[in-house]
Structures are given as structure tokens and as C-alpha cells.
Design a protein around this ligand. Sequence first.
Ligand SMILES: Nc1ncnc2c1ncn2[C@@H]1O[C@H](COP(=O)(O)OP(=O)(O)OP(=O)(O)O)[C@@H](O)[C@H]1O
Length: 124
Amino acid sequence: MEKTQMPVAREEKILVLVRLRPLNEKEIAANEAADWECINDTTILYRNTLREGSNFPSAYSFDRVYRGECPTRQIYEDGTKEIALSVVKGINCSIFAYGQTSSGKTYTMSGITEFAVSLKSNQC
Ligand SMILES: Nc1ncnc2c1ncn2[C@@H]1O[C@H](COP(=O)(O)OP(=O)(O)OP(=O)(O)O)[C@@H](O)[C@H]1O
């Protein structure tokens, strides 16, 4: 196929967002420090000194990353609202959370579900 006949690149269908959880009371009391830091809107940095000298990269980029203090509302607005609206319009899509235990999956998914439900009831 000639280059001019190549199909136009399709828009990306999968969006990967990373949300850092703030340290909880127990972690603060134990003087723990967060291992991850958002250094801009798309990159997180691993800053555990145990990894010093390792060959693993310390910066990882995603479609969007959110600091611990970022409210669920913001994550909903710029990360998942459009997807929720598509579902309301009958387009199949899904949102799922992945992460280690106590990382905030339930907290985030319950929060965005509440916003999505209020969006749907506002549309009825
Ligand atoms: N962004 C956040 N801001 C404040 N508190 C948070 C945040 N994320 C999680 N938490 C709190 O951290 C604790 C663990 O969160 P959560 O239960 O959502 O984790 P989980 O990933 O669903 O855990 P598990 O895999 O064990 O079910 C909860 O007490 C929750 O309220």
C-alpha cells in the first residue's frame, strides 16, 4: 500500500491515569515518606533511595497523573466524565482501577461513580 493510501491513525481508545494517594495517619505517624512524586501533569518520579544506582528508570509517564491532594472531582472532570457521558449515550466503555491494596481504588471509583450518577440524574 502506498503511503498516501494508509488509513488515518485512529484516536487513542485507552487512557491511563495515575492517582497518588496522600499518606494516611499511620504512615505520617511512622514518619514514612511518599516514594512517588508528580513532577508534572503526566510524569511521576520514584524517589526511593534504595533504588539509587539501579538501572530501572525513575520517571514514568502516563496520559495524566494526579497528586495526593487532587480532589476526586478534578479526576472525574478531566479523566472520566467524558466516558460516563458516552455510557449515558449508549456507547460501550469501561473504567477500572488497578493498584495494590489500600492504594485508593475504592475511594476513587466510589467518588467518580457518585459524580456520574448525579450527572445522569441531572440529564433525566
Ligand atoms: N485520594 C485519597 N485521599 C484521601 N484518602 C484516601 C485517598 N485514597 C484512598 N484514601 C483512603 O485510603 C484508604 C484505602 O483506600 P481504598 O479502600 O480505596 O483502597 P483500595 O485500593 O480499594 O484497597 P483494597 O485493594 O484493599 O480494597 C481508605 O481509608 C481511603 O479512605
